[in-house]
Design a protein around this ligand. Structure first.
Ligand code: GLN
Length: 195
């Protein structure tokens, strides 16, 4: 069975494990660098990106995470995880992990709309997907090789660049597992091409 990890330092970890298991893969909470070697893909969950960054540094995850992505292993960033993956963050000099060719802006949807639900069409995945946004970032622009998968009110909220997938919303908080399934398929494909 495919093994999909969820970075378990902070944030919405359990819900992702449930969604991975509903998608037919084994979900593993990752708390130690040594666990990365056994994984076919890794989800960076929502939470708070500055806190997540501090914990990534404290537990020595930064270089191993970059290495994981550079090897072509799929990584999926949701909400704060999207901010972690982006190679440019508006207002910051340096990115965090910085492997995905997108520019992201934090807390994009205003105070009065701290959280909301809406239906989105997600390219190649779902015609009507219930997306839950919580103090969500959005993708300001994407690099040439990056495919835009969903937009909300003219803002990009999901994209894929090679082995990197990211969305502004929380795919683990509903019973629609289609996006997690799509990520599991990315991991399946990557495994086939790397053996
Ligand atoms: N606003 C948070 C951040 O900047 C992300 C929110 C979330 O993951 N739900 O890290």
């Amino acid at each position: 069975m495919l093994k999909i990890g969820v970075l378990g330092l902070q944030g919405a970890v359990r819900e992702h494990i449930r969604s991975i298991e509903a998608s037919g893969a084994e979900g593993i909470v990752v708390k130690k660098v040594e666990q990365l070697a056994a994984l076919d893909g890794l989800i960076l969950p929502g939470g708070e990106s500055t806190t997540m960054r501090r914990l990534v540094d404290r537990y020595g995850f930064m270089e191993p995470l970059r290495e994981f992505g550079r090897q072509g292993k799929p990584m999926f960033g949701t909400c704060a995880g999207l901010i972690m993956l982006a190679n440019h963050i508006v207002g910051y000099d340096e990115p965090h992990i910085g492997l995905m060719d997108i520019t992201v802006e934090r807390n994009s949807f205003g105070r009065q709309r701290e959280s909301f639900e809406t239906n989105l069409s997600v390219e190649g995945i779902a015609d009507s997907y219930t997306a839950v946004f919580i103090r969500a970032p959005h993708i300001v622009s994407v690099g040439e090789g990056t495919e835009v998968l969903a937009e909300y009110e003219g803002r990009i909220v999901a994209a894929r660049d090679r082995n990197f997938l990211a969305c502004s919303f929380h795919p683990e908080l509903t019973d629609d597992h289609s996006i997690t399934k799509y990520f599991v398929q990315m991991a399946e494909q990557a495994k086939l091409t790397h053996v």
